[in-house]
Write a protein that binds this ligand. Structure first.
Ligand code: AMP
Ligand code: MG
Length: 505
């Protein structure tokens, strides 16, 4: 058995935060996916992902040497309601490794069987949702958005009972950590101040070591988490990503996107877009995501209050509340700034130049046009880059009414200092600007119908080819080669109209 150089600080330093546990045995493991690029980044022996042994390893039948599997405790607000005990009901942390860049990364299973936190669940996962995590995670990574990533997916050879019996799978997930808002909530809900302090120190050492030892470290941690979330959600919004279940147990303190369940990318621009079948009230709709991030941040702040206060004195508590509120109230500005940075790149505006309010309005008016005419979000932005070079046909073709677009384009050209091409001659500077816009606005995103097509073929026909082809396309989101064209097209409107995603259970 090939060893992995695990260094398991969570297991060793945080006693009482987890339960040692063993994965279930898979009857007939078969490797469906292995991420060799990620394995190299982690400094793993490539042999770990090859040959007959690999399936047994990543199914959990024969753990790599050095693994100390644990189920982590956490709580969480789910759709606004608090559950004091959730925890790894179908996941296990195998351990941590230092990657080739010196970053500590968790290696964890998902779907590896029941644990003491499973409640009514079977602890298992199905092939479709686990391959979905691969596709969306790798797409996000290629888009430059912080994310957990899949290292491997193994079909277990057993059926899991969902609405229909489905082939079961175990996913191996790599994360900067699995520390969540919900991890803090678990101890706050129990009034366990000693463990909250321990967890805070651990989180700071792991994610914000520069803050260690500062007298105001808990408040500074809150601020750092706020900054990471602001940047993350702005990136989601600028690619049209809808997470679908922004519960506090699914908000990672690392600032990575985590837990790809009923998530989806928007096609026609619609701020109210919701895809999740369980999100009846639209709590986690596209446009609500920044508000929910702030709400989750407030829940995180509540857990930190006694540490920010530093004593139980009334005056200290009062001051802590004010300091925490200042961070939470400051979140919208952090988010707006991050959003505007991204929008400026997409609009071809030079970073740091121009009037913020005017540029915000320019972006908002563009989005209003996309919404009013139900234009595909991804293609709309992408074709704007063509328009920068004077090629407006493809952009115009996306709109039913050209007049308001023409008016907006005129404003944009002026602001962006992009004069119309004279006799089709485009300057080198303009070409470069358009190229920069294309690096900010992808052509290939995980289109819902493509994802479904790939997962259906894998689940129903054991055919992994559509999955592999889609994955290859998603790994080059900013290219627009002829082979990629089929992956850049929106679904037929009828498909989108009834598209729903289901929790990856
Ligand atoms: P999620 O919706 O995947 O973020 O999970 C929320 C909570 O439900 C976590 O505590 C999970 O461990 C738990 N959970 C989800 N699916 C299952 C399952 N099939 N078996 C046991 N626990 C589960
Ligand atoms: Mg979760």
């Amino acid at each position: 058995m090939t060893a992995i150089a695990f260094d398991n600080t969570y297991a060793r330093q945080l006693e009482g935060f987890h339960v040692p546990w063993k994965p279930a045995t898979a009857p007939a493991p078969r490797l469906l996916y292995a991420n060799t690029a990620l394995a190299a980044e982690l400094g793993l022996d490539p042999a770990l992902l090859q040959g007959p042994q690999a399936a047994a390893t990543w199914a959990g039948n024969q753990l790599p040497e050095g693994a100390e599997p644990i189920a982590q405790a956490y709580a969480g607000h789910q759709f606004g309601g608090f559950s004091p005990q959730l925890g790894d009901g179908r996941a296990l942390l195998l351990g941590e490794v230092m990657d080739t860049s010196g970053r500590r990364r968790d290696i964890a299973f998902k779907g590896s069987g029941r644990t003491p936190f499973s409640r009514g669940g079977d602890g298992k996962a199905a092939v479709g949702p686990m391959l979905r995590e691969v596709l969306i995670g790798e797409a996000m990574h290629a888009l430059g958005i912080p994310t957990t990533r899949a290292l491997a997916v193994v079909a277990t050879g057993e059926r899991v009972m969902r609405e229909l019996p489905l082939p079961g799978a175990v996913l191996t997930r790599v994360a900067a950590s699995h520390l969540r808002v919900g991890t803090f909530q678990f101890y706050a809900a129990r009034g366990d101040l000693a463990r909250l302090r321990q967890l805070t120190d651990y989180t700071i050492h792991r994610h914000d070591p520069a803050l260690a030892g500062r007298p105001d470290a808990p408040l500074a941690l809150l601020q750092a988490v706020a900054q990471r979330q602001a940047r993350l959600i702005a990136q989601w919004m600028n690619v049209g990503f809808i997470h679908g279940v922004m519960n506090t147990d699914n908000m990672a303190l690392s600032g990575e996107t985590i837990d790809y369940g009923p998530c989806a990318f928007m096609e026609a621009y619609n701020p109210a877009a919701v895809f999740s079948s369980i999100d009846h009230g639209g709590r986690y709709a596209y446009a609500n995501q920044p508000h929910i991030a702030r709400w989750n941040l407030a829940r995180f702040a509540e857990t930190l209050l006694p540490l920010i206060a530093g004593s139980e004195e009334e005056a200290d508590t009062q001051r802590a509340v004010e300091q925490a509120m200042a961070v939470i109230d400051g979140f919208p500005a952090l988010y707006e700034a991050a959003l505007l940075d991204g929008q400026r790149a997409k609009l071809g505006l030079v970073a740091g130049s121009g009037d913020d309010a005017q540029d915000r309005q320019l972006a908002a008016d563009w989005l209003a046009l996309l919404e009013a005419q139900a234009v595909d979000f991804t293609l709309g932005w992408r074709r704007l880059a063509d328009a920068a070079e004077g090629r407006e046909q493809a952009l115009l073709a996306l709109f039913t009414d050209a007049a308001p677009l023409q008016a907006w384009l005129q404003r944009w050209r002026q602001r962006a200092d992009l004069p119309l091409a004279q006799d089709g001659v485009v300057s080198e500077a303009t070409t470069q600007r358009a190229a920069a816009m294309r690096r900010a606005s992808p052509f290939v995103i995980p289109r819902n119908h493509r994802v479904e097509e790939a997962l259906t073929a894998a689940t129903m026909d054991d055919d992994l080819q559509p999955f592999q082809r889609l994955l290859a396309a998603l790994q080059q989101p900013f290219s627009e080669t002829p082979e990629l064209l089929p992956y850049g097209q929106p679904a037929p409107a009828a498909v989108t109209a009834c598209y729903q995603t289901f929790c990856g259970t």
